[in-house]
Design a binder for this molecule. Structure first.
Ligand SMILES: Nc1ncnc2c1ncn2[C@@H]1O[C@H](COP(=O)(O)OP(=O)(O)OP(=O)(O)O)[C@@H](O)[C@H]1O
Ligand SMILES: [Mg+2]
Length: 225
């Protein structure tokens, strides 16, 4: 199993109040699976992605990836894990406005200490994969929403991560552009056997996944093949 999640809980403390965002999630994910993570607003989807991605630490329980428990890693090891194993696609893209799209896509490679020529070549290939090979020198504000989302996906993939965590990758897009992004994700999933965990409110996206996992109030309620 590539990802093993056991009895995972996450509580956020705010003054006197405690929010129990995850209440004991147990879940196994195989390499190359495409998972749709669904559930109402506030059900814990983004929290679960953050814990799988090592961006935050659980209150109790564990996440292990390739047999290594994230909670037992030293900070440096966990940041290497984040940089090498995981690609993140956030809902609001978080592109750097003053960097060209090529430079934006190179960011994960800068963290890895990859040298400039190799970085530029890899960014070009990743942007070609998402159909933006002729726009390398544009700035983000010179792109459409769907194109920006494709840049965000290229950035998540440029270092060939084993696992991509995507938080509503089609959330801000019209139906047709959303479908294009979905086709792209399916293509990458097949071609590179990349595991995708996709948070989505879109039933069409969910219907294309290998498995749908539904969260309600911090717990898994159904999983469908
Ligand atoms: N940093 C935080 N501090 C306090 N509470 C938080 C924090 N992050 C999330 N929460 C709470 O934890 C619960 C789960 O939040 P989460 O962001 O995981 O939901 P979600 O399923 O991603 O929702 P949405 O579909 O709206 O993005 C919510 O009640 C939320 O208010
Ligand atoms: Mg969320």
């Amino acid at each position: 199993m590539q990802i093993t999640i056991q009895h995972l809980t996450k509580e956020y403390r705010m003054g006197k109040e405690t929010v129990r965002a995850l209440k004991g999630v147990t879940l196994d994910i195989e390499k190359g699976e495409m998972i749709a993570l669904i559930g109402r607003s506030g059900s814990g989807k983004s929290t679960l992605l953050q814990l799988i991605g090592g961006l935050d630490t659980p209150t109790s329980g564990s996440v292990a990836v390739n047999g290594k428990e994230l909670g037992k890693m030293k900070d440096r090891e966990r940041s290497t894990y984040r940089n090498n194993t995981i690609g993140f696609v956030f809902q609001f893209f978080y592109l750097q406005p003053y960097l060209t799209i090529s430079q934006n896509v190179q960011i994960p490679l800068i963290f890895q200490g990859v040298e400039k020529n190799t970085r530029e070549q890899s960014a070009k290939e990743a942007l070609e994969t998402v159909g933006l090979g002729d726009m390398l020198q544009r700035l983000p504000n010179q792109l459409s929403g769907g194109q920006m989302q494709r840049v965000a996906i290229a950035r998540a993939l440029v270092h060939k991560p084993e696992i991509v965590l995507a938080d509503e990758p089609t959330g801000n897009l019209d139906e047709k552009t959303g479908d294009e992004i979905l086709e792209l994700i399916k293509k990458l999933n097949k071609e590179f056997n990349t595991t995708f965990i996709i948070v989505t409110h879109d039933s069409h996206v969910a219907s294309q996944a290998d498995r749908i996992i539904q969260l309600a109030d911090g717990q898994i309620v159904t999983t469908n093949a």
